[in-house]
Design a protein around this ligand. Structure first.
Ligand SMILES: NC(=O)c1ccc[n+]([C@@H]2O[C@H](COP(=O)([O-])OP(=O)(O)OC[C@H]3O[C@@H](n4cnc5c(N)ncnc54)[C@H](OP(=O)(O)O)[C@@H]3O)[C@@H](O)[C@H]2O)c1
Length: 331
């Protein structure tokens, strides 16, 4: 698989990474640990060198799975994890409260290092901007961790352009990880121009629209109670019915290219800029292989134009987060 570089400090990763969250958390029941480890190692064998996890995925369990799976290949892979949440007493102890206080970050990193079975985190993201901690303090704490050799690169997630600039002035940011796909193009407005100007890489999460863009979800799909999509407005039955038109556009285009809709969704992201590295997630080997095939599809400027022209005629219905989660998005 081709490589791409994130940020000016030159973090080299495979053009597609693997989002490991869904193996333990957020999209239905967790995959049995041995199977999850096999899937992650299958990705390594197929050239993936970039793996995404977070303290909050589980919590903790996903980092443990990723750490165990990658331990034999540690020097050949890049591990990204995230800090920034803690249990919220006002929300039944769910991990929805933000905390990016320096002391908290330093403790989380010590714990993540143990779970990940490593002595340095390649890329450490703040998971959500913490309204109670100035971003300069957070960036300063990560700078200390980089100086101490415990972290190599700094990242942000779902941060707005102003926050990115403020953080970058204290500790250069290597990558921003935010939602971006044909299902959600808002980052094109102010975030992506800022990334380009500052030389920061972009790691789109949910690059398959949480599975919707693959065409394997429709209005009859039932989501498990442990599946976040069960409470996401965009995934209500009515909105799935309305949003099917977008999937139909992608599927038609995929047919012309003799590719699958998932591959086109990923190839579109890769064609948008050379500093973009999507991290699709899957629990299945066949889908992993299918998705990696997306990196071999080169879309031309004309391809992008026709796909974007057809897809932008469709208004996507429904918010991408329920209100409890939407309030954590930095603007
Ligand atoms: N920073 C953040 O706040 C944030 C938020 C969300 C996610 N993330 C990261 O981004 C990664 C990816 O995002 P995501 O998991 O939300 O969404 P995604 O990658 O867009 O989609 C994952 C979903 O698509 C399905 N899928 C994958 N490949 C498929 C294919 N070829 N055909 C049909 N279905 C397919 C998967 O189901 P199967 O498992 O059944 O294949 C899974 O339900 C996560 O693993 C996580 O690391 C970060």
């Amino acid at each position: 698989m081709q490589k791409r570089t994130l940020g000016k400090s030159g973090l080299e990763v495979s053009a597609l990474g693997l989002g490991c969250m869904g193996l333990s958390f957020g999209l239905g029941p967790a995959t049995e640990k041995g199977e999850a480890i096999k899937l992650i190692r299958a990705a390594v064998e197929r050239g993936v060198t970039f793996f995404d996890t977070a303290e909050v995925y589980g919590p903790f369990v996903n980092e443990e799975v990723v750490g165990e799976a990658l331990a034999p290949f540690r020097k050949d892979v890049v591990i990204a994890t995230k800090f920034g949440f803690e249990p919220d007493a006002g929300n039944d102890g769910k991990w929805t409260a933000t905390n990016s206080q320096p002391e908290h970050i330093k403790q989380v990193v010590e714990d993540s290092l143990k779970r990940l079975r490593t002595d340095t985190i390649d890329l450490l993201y703040q998971h959500r901007v913490d309204p109670n901690t100035p971003i300069e303090e957070t960036a300063g704490a990560v700078k200390d961790l980089i100086q101490a050799g415990k972290v190599k690169h700094f990242g942000l997630s779902e941060a707005g352009a102003k926050t990115i600039r403020r953080a970058h002035a204290v500790q250069p940011v290597t990558a921003l990880q935010s939602e971006y796909s044909l299902f959600w193009r808002e980052p094109e407005e102010s975030v992506m121009p800022t990334l380009q100007e500052l030389g920061i890489g972009f790691v789109p999460f949910s690059p398959l629209g949480k599975g919707f863009l693959t065409g394997k979800i429709d209005s009859s799909t039932k989501f498990d109670s442990t599946d976040f999509r069960a409470i996401v407005p965009r995934f209500s039955e009515d909105n799935r019915k309305a949003n099917q038109a977008l999937v139909d556009v992608i599927a038609k285009f995929a047919d012309q290219k003799q590719a699958t809709p998932a591959q086109i969704a990923l190839a579109w992201l890769l064609a948008k800029a050379p500093w973009i590295v999507p991290i699709p997630g899957t629990t299945k080997l066949s889908r992993l292989e299918e998705n990696l095939g997306g990196a071999a599809i080169d879309l031309t400027a004309d391809d992008l134009h026709s796909l974007e022209e057809a897809s932008s005629e469709i208004k996507v219905e429904g918010e991408r987060y329920p209100a409890t989660h939407a309030k954590l998005i930095d603007r």
